[in-house]
Design a protein around this ligand. Sequence first.
Ligand code: F6P
Length: 509
Amino acid sequence: MSEAVRAAWNRIEACERRSLADLFAADGDRLGKLSARLDWEEGGAIFDWSKTHLDDELLTAFEALAEAQDFGGRRSALLKGERVNTTEDRAAEHTAQRGVGAETSVEEAAQLHHRMHLLVDAIHRGVLGEIRHLIHIGIGGSALGPKLAIDALGRDGAVIDVHVVSNIDGLALEQAFARCDPATTMIAVASKTFTTIETMTNAASALAWLGQNGVGDPYGRVVALTAAPEKAVEWGVDETRVLPFPESVGGRYSLWSSIGFPIALGIGWDAFDAMLGGAHAVDVHFRDTDGRANLPLRAAFADLFYTRVRGCQTRAVFAYDERLALLPFYLQQLEMESNGKRVTMDGSPVDGATAPITWGGVGTDGQHAVFQLLHQGTVEVPVDFIASIAPGDALDPAHHEILLTNCFAQGAALMAGGNMAADGQDPARHFPGDRPSATILCDDIDPATLGALLAFHEHRTFANAVLLGINPFDQFGVELGKKMANDIEAGGGSFDASTQALLAAAGLD
Ligand code: F6P
């Protein structure tokens, strides 16, 4: 850690600690300073960070940290397509897919999108025969984004019925088979590397299922979405149905590339394009806004205040909207795979916490299951609430009113605390309060808003990484377990007594 970075952290730690109630009382313009609206085409959202402990003093201290970590330089390197992923010596060009990046990369992305658009149109027009279902096979970043987007945006009926299958547990694929007619089903094999064992095993089983159910040329039904097009061709996919994306687009950042094919096919090209548009608006905000006014950077200030200074080991995300039920799962990969690191960019050990554990669910369900701990447990958990002013349902407006009032009441209660006993004295009924939350209140959950929300979190994750001095774009932590599983599969490797006994019990030794 450089002297300047150490000094910045010391300054952050020395900031006066005041309660949320005091912070609101002390500054009549707190909302004006910590709640802001961001707009994109036909919509926008309020990003309210006023119920966190950020204040002028902390914001200034965190801005000094950003300066000491060369936030401006690292942001510009990211957006110019420089090799910011130093351990793998490559760029991280997901924003180029949305029109912000090196000129050549933006052009390449536009060409690849055009190619994908043509294929989507051809399938919709029936050029490949009647297609009514798509089984999208991928895992991690090759599945979580499509699954979230289809679930969030395809509820009013999709053009083509999409099933995302990720798990190697055959039950997942069998469940998709049960819902699809093989005569009208396409298979998308989504894998950046086109080597992932779960995906390739599921893909082979899906082809076998088509073949066993009367499809004469199963390979004729496959589309490959990959950064390794030569491997897809070698595996048997016709070149015309291979939709490549650049190596510089990371798996968990790949939704915007051809990995988004099931979104375009299932919900329509316009929806996919609107997602890119919403993300673009956030990219421009992130690129052109400095200091505390930069919303993803401001969110990262709060994140690090809680993890590094107050020792919070988790951060919860509760979407008060069924359409965003899968968002916590998406964010878990984005944040934990990116920033769950223990060394800095120069290889030295970090000297404090990096990413907290991201977890969450939907409101109001969570209130009746886990919120007890948020209000009265002994650990502090910063909570993000995400909600929409427009309802996703057409039922009695009472549904949405109850949903939103509960959402806002939770943030208020976490902050205010109090005692539920008539005499205000019962310790079991005491709420300590002063518990932080942030609220993102969207106009609606439409494609542009989903794109904007995801881009906001990508940039927030990047901003956290910059402030921590770590590389958010590699994921070596997933390799060791994979290697050991492969060793077992290949009949090799030597394992501890417990693992040997488990293998033997399952007949795998
Ligand atoms: O094992 C982790 C990981 O590499 C993720 O980073 C990635 O999203 C996932 O596996 C799937 O990889 P691929 O797209 O290459 O199949």
